[in-house]
Design a protein. Sequence first.
Length: 589
Amino acid sequence: MQCAERLYLSGYLSYPRTESTAYPKSFDIKGTLQEQANDSRWGTYVRELLALGHNKSRGGVDMGDHPPITPMRSAGSYELSGDMSRVYELVVRHFIASVSPDAVWRSTKITFEVEALGDKGTFYLAGKELVSPGFLKILLHKEYGDDADEENEEEVRSLPEFKKQEVITIFNTKSDSSSSAKVNVVTSAAVWASLDVKEKMTTAPGYITESELIGMMEKHGVGTDASIPTHIENIQKRNYVRLESGRRLLPNKLGLVLCQGYHQIDSGLVLPTVRADIEGQCNKISTGDLEKEVVIERAIKIFEEKFHFFVKNINRMDLLFNSSFSKLEDVGKPFTRCGISRRYLSYIPGPPPRLYNKFTETVYPLPVGGEIKQWSGRKCTVEGCNFELCLYSVGAPPRTFPLCPNCFNSPEWSMDINNSNDNNEDKDDEHKEQQIKRVAGKSLTLACPLPDHHPLIDELFVSPDPDSAGIFTLDPHFGPKWRLVGTRDATIIHLPKSIDSLVVLEEKDEVFGCRKLKIKFKEGQSPLEDGGSTSKYYTCFYPTDQLLQDSSRVYHGSERTASSGRGRGRGGRGRGGRGRGRGRGRGRR
């Protein structure tokens, strides 16, 4: 659809989001065909069609707004490329075929009565041959229809002439026990036939494709051309189905159990009848046959009755889920404390990873894409939160940040909501959409999981990051290897190994916006001129302090967490020790 919309905006195709399946009386079929007469791919066929006269398209419905999707102008074979070229060719060939002569087949079916060893049996022989290809010539199809049926008795073949009541001798077949080859003995009869046994295994039908689902939704009156893609996208987001190769939709366990549960309680919640009925009522509003208020009142009454009936029988759904899925309280191990109930939250590694409070039955999705560890009982400093904190490490080499499970799932501290939007309803919708993605494990977090202005991040803030929109924070491991990590960029600043302790002070540089550091060097390893004998501590602003700059090392890593294999990626291990690879993995500011 995206390709079709780009072709529409470029003037190659008509409006693609149309529900019309018949050309209006005013549509210029001849002029549209003439646009394609000089194309090297189908121009010869089009000129012949124009000379003989095109057919009128039969069937379909003209909705009156837009014609069926048709070509608007010619495009040379090298004018378009990739998917846009394929979509354009599909539309053009289909349009030409829709006004072309019919394809003509001759079908033959023969009935045989066979008698052998005192038993009688009836057999059938079917075949067909193409008399006139018609529109199949431009579609480049051998046959026409939905999916080709491999079990179809009518094979494409021509059959000999038979006479009614004619007796035909069967062609004898003997098998050589030492070989799989067959020895055939022909009788003296002028006309003969052979019988072969074809062995096959029954197979389950394949999963439906996206286009087949769209056809079924249209057939049963579910959705419109504009809303059907959204419905299919939603069932993927909610982890009911997944899209596999060949655009086939495979149901996930969650989707299957939900459908089975709905069927047990109320089949109308799954079958398309209720939805189709309501959409049919909405169509009658547009034609003036029904009042909007009447339709709304009726729909609300239907759903209210179904809701109360479903709640009354919800135990059937619970039984089905309990038998198909493990209970969350039976999975995972105690991890961190909840700031509300003061009970331990169970860590479920997933995917997707999450924390679960079995006492309040609350689920807290965790970021996907990194590693999550406990952090020595520290609590969130946000007022009213008090959740025990975790550590979230992401990238290679890993950058570590504090993580509050409650704040990560709060719309107030969400990284994915547009805070400049003043519409609270829009913010709520964005938050719900993000929660669905997190629960389904579809949203990767490859940077700091909390915003830079969150109190936990601000507490560790050292300086702005000039190469990104983020900041540098002190690694929350607090030594013995002291580092500054970028919140929005995969950059790590390795501070001197001679540092014994480091504290981020509240004092800020008004020009650079950085915080002052209070550093204590290891005994006998101070880089100061007096060896640290004058003062025990050294205070400085990192970006402006030349001594600290000269003894620090900047490393540009990767956003992705390293896999189990060892490769030669960006910022990887090379000659010269850990993190000292040549090229882009090493640099100084």
